[in-house]
Design a protein around this ligand. Structure first.
Ligand SMILES: Cc1ncc(COP(=O)(O)O)c(C=O)c1O
Length: 445
């Protein structure tokens, strides 16, 4: 009997005992390829000695100093390295927290703080998108657009404005990228007008949607249009780069694919590659200065913000990323992964294969022609992921992408050190797991 309050009460979790590169071993000696970096977390790979050394050195020096009392060399270095992720020199202040949800909440509160500081306390609404995920704390959950995750907590979360996602495979307007005129971006413009631009503080979105839909890559022009709309209405743009940031899509920040700079960039996951709980908000200097000149500081924070060991780990991860040119590697190996995954397009369960860098999604459908999703009760993505796990491949399944409840996908986002041979294993094993899933569905019918 275990005392752990596990995620699932019905599942037996093997004990993870060791990891190296893209591989994890359990207590029985079974080897798994970490094809999803956990939940799109592990970026530089498992078992990097330099990160261990940095954490130990920091612990030897000092493990904890509260951010209300001290700064540390580790957090100074990390803030320089985080600022350097963006080519925009005005994005240069960094607020540290312990994870993605905290970082989202911090970005939203900072946007609110900013508008109060510049004498516009009427600006408080934050617009977000359906089919998105911003975290599980109440504020972040309210902004997210995943019905299954939100509905149990509905009475506890704020009702905030949401617009349609940029989801070309299931275009909410029934168009194709060739003829859509970016109606999904225009929806933001309309929502702002209906809400009243003077009441809107910010728009938050994932540059490439991850957990709720499996790597939704927008067409060129979408993000440029969104930036233009935000500027026209003087609304802050918050990029939630918790999954896509720190090199995952083949650029240091995903919005760089479209030459767009946000006002606040939310980071976590790959920032520390999972070696320590770490999140951050990269902030435009003008926002920082307005808050400083207004109330004197940001009335917000968490005990472990700026944690010295987490900061040392983050700095070591970003140093390693640079020294081993891993962002370029993510772009190169990501293109290879996508090419190999596209070989599966004919599989009866596969509706769409998409991605950017080492951030790929495979959407599973009941009918390839009509794109009809499976009924949620079949839990198809979870079944395929379980079959892959049994065969030694870890994927990150998700549901609800199609309409909040139905829709199945798998995220494939291995560490950037993955080799072409390991991608070969991933594709081969995923193919076998899809066959297992199809066979299980046939038995069920
Ligand atoms: C885009 C995005 N934002 C926020 C979060 C929340 O991060 P955390 O689980 O670290 O709180 C996630 C987690 O998956 C995410 O994918």
């Amino acid at each position: 009997m275990s005392n752990v309050f596990y995620l699932s009460a019905s599942k037996n979790y093997p004990e993870a005992v060791r990891a190296e590169g893209v591989w994890i071993w359990d207590g029985d000696g079974k080897r798994y390829m970490d094809g999803s970096g956990g939940a799109c977390v592990v970026s530089i790979g498992h078992g990097v000695a330099e990160v261990r050394a940095a954490a130990l050195a920091q612990m030897d020096a000092i493990s904890f100093a509260h951010r209300s009392q001290f700064t540390t060399a580790a957090c100074e270095e990390l803030s320089r390295r985080v600022a350097a992720l963006s080519p925009d020199p005005e994005l240069d202040r960094v607020h540290f927290v312990s994870g993605g949800s905290e970082a989202v909440e911090s970005a939203v509160k900072l946007a609110r703080h900013y508008w109060r500081a510049v004498g516009r306390p009427d600006r408080y609404k934050v617009i977000s998108r359906w089919t998105s995920y911003h975290g599980n704390t109440a504020g972040a959950l309210a902004l997210g657009g995943h019905t299954g995750r939100r509905s149990p907590y509905q009475p506890l979360i704020l009702h905030t404005p949401h617009v349609e996602p940029c989801y070309c495979y299931r275009c909410p307007y029934g168009r194709t990228p060739a003829d859509c005129g970016l109606l999904c971006a225009e929806a933001l413009d309309r929502a702002i007008s209906y809400e009243g631009p003077e009441s809107v503080a910010a728009f938050i979105a994932e540059p490439v949607v991850g957990a709720t839909a499996g790597a939704l890559v927008p067409p060129d022009g979408y993000w440029q249009r969104v930036r233009e709309i935000c500027d026209r209405h003087q609304i802050l743009l918050i990029a939630d780069e918790v999954m896509t940031g720190a090199g995952r899509t083949g650029k240091p920040l995903a919005l760089e694919h479209w030459g767009v700079h946000a006002d606040l960039v939310v980071l976590a996951k790959g920032l520390s590659s999972g070696y320590a709980p770490l999140g951050a908000v990269l902030v435009r200097r003008a926002i920082h200065d307005a808050v400083r000149d207004g109330s004197g500081g940001f009335t917000h924070g968490h005990t472990y913000g700026q944690h010295p060991v987490a900061a040392a780990v983050g700095a070591a991860v970003l140093r390693y990323l640079e020294e081993h040119a891993l962002v370029a590697r993510s772009a190169r190996l990501g293109a290879h992964l996508l090419e190999r995954l596209r070989e599966m397009a004919d599989h009866p369960l596969v509706g769409d294969v998409r991605g950017l860098g080492l951030f790929a999604g495979v959407e599973l459908v009941a009918d390839k022609d009509s794109r009809e999703p499976f009924e949620a009760r079949h839990k198809v993505a979870a079944k395929v992921a379980a079959a892959a796990f049994a065969r030694g491949l870890i994927t990150y399944p998700g549901d609800g992408g199609a309409d909040g409840i139905r829709g199945d996908h798998l995220l494939l986002c291995p560490p950037f050190c993955v080799t072409e041979e390991e991608i070969g294993f991933l594709v081969q094993t995923l193919g076998e797991a899809l066959d297992d899933g199809a066979a299980a569905l046939r038995r069920q019918r």
